[in-house]
Design a protein around this ligand. Structure first.
Ligand SMILES: [Fe+2]
Length: 297
């Protein structure tokens, strides 16, 4: 029996309804959501405010949960679950963070086009972001489809990228912003991950141009050559026709596939509260990973 209803918002994003995310999902409902993700890569569920526990329970349906940058940045948290990422401009004490605070640097880094945790292995598969407090203006999230980006590449470019591997490093996007105050131990806490620039999704069979702000080098190229190529590809992948812009309402839950899309937060006034909570699964499939290891060898 079909319970999930989908209303297209963009060629790769859809509004999803018909399932109550606060309740346990049946195996059939989980399969329906996964099939919808294969097709759309971004699903928007409106009017589904979740508690921390409910959000964790929903996310666990889709795999083991990812801990992101917690390995580098430890310390007190606002949430009971370490698996929930605090995407906000609010400190642990509930007060707004000031401009120099690490939370604000994090917010700014999130405004670069990226795929969550592409700097680690396993990388992130699905992110599920729940809106708790949203600002009056700004703070939208944009999504770009890396499958559409691949499909639009000219043949010469596809040929150039075949068998090419990019290095993704956790702190590269921070360094881009001039956030360089990290100890040697922190710099080494997460080894760079290697991912093929062109991948084939093992579920949908679609080809993907896997780029983003964590990619800092291309194996077999000089650093400047690789970096220029990555910048060109990122510009190609994020042209307006491949982008869906989400205007947040409190109670929205947006779910996206990090292996098939990029996203970025958009500017907002840091004097206004913006509080979102993210749960993320790790990728469990290994065919792309096997390809990455083979190419990097
Ligand atoms: Fe993100």
């Amino acid at each position: 029996m079909t319970t999930l209803q989908l209303e297209p918002l963009h060629p790769f994003a859809a509004e999803a309804s018909g399932i109550d995310l606060s309740q346990p999902l049946s195996p059939a409902q989980v399969r329906e959501v996964e099939a919808a993700m294969d097709r759309h890569a971004v699903l928007v569920f409106r009017g589904q405010p979740l508690t921390e526990d409910q959000q964790i329970a929903f996310a666990r349906n889709f795999g083991p949960l990812d801990m992101g940058l917690h390995k580098v940045k430890t310390g007190p948290r606002r949430f009971r679950h370490a698996e929930l990422a605090d995407i906000s401009n609010v400190k642990v004490d509930g007060e707004l963070a000031d401009r120099a605070h690490a939370k604000i640097v994090s917010n700014l880094a999130n405004q670069l086009w990226h795929s969550d945790s592409s700097f680690q292995r396993p990388r992130a598969k699905y992110s599920m972001l729940s809106a708790v407090v949203v600002p009056a203006e700004g703070g939208d999230t944009e999504y770009a489809d890396l499958r559409m980006a691949y499909d639009a590449l000219p043949a010469w470019r596809r040929q150039q990228l075949e068998q090419r591997v990019a290095v993704h490093y956790a702190l590269h996007s921070r360094f881009l912003l001039g956030d360089t105050e990290y100890t040697e131990a922190q710099r080494r806490a997460i080894e760079p991950a290697h991912w093929p620039l062109v991948q084939t999704d093992p579920r949908s069979g679609r080809r993907i141009l896997f780029v983003g702000a964590h990619a800092c080098e291309v194996l077999g190229m000089t650093v400047p050559e690789g970096r220029m190529l990555l910048m060109d590809l990122l510009e190609h992948a994020t042209q307006r026709e491949f982008v869906y812009r989400h205007r947040w309402q409190v109670g929205d839950l947006v779910m996206w596939d990090n292996t098939a899309t990029l996203h970025r937060g958009r500017h907002y006034d840091f004097a206004q509260r913006r509080e979102l909570r993210r749960a993320t699964t790790e990728e469990v499939t290994t065919s792309v990973e096997a390809q990455a290891l083979e190419l990097a060898a």
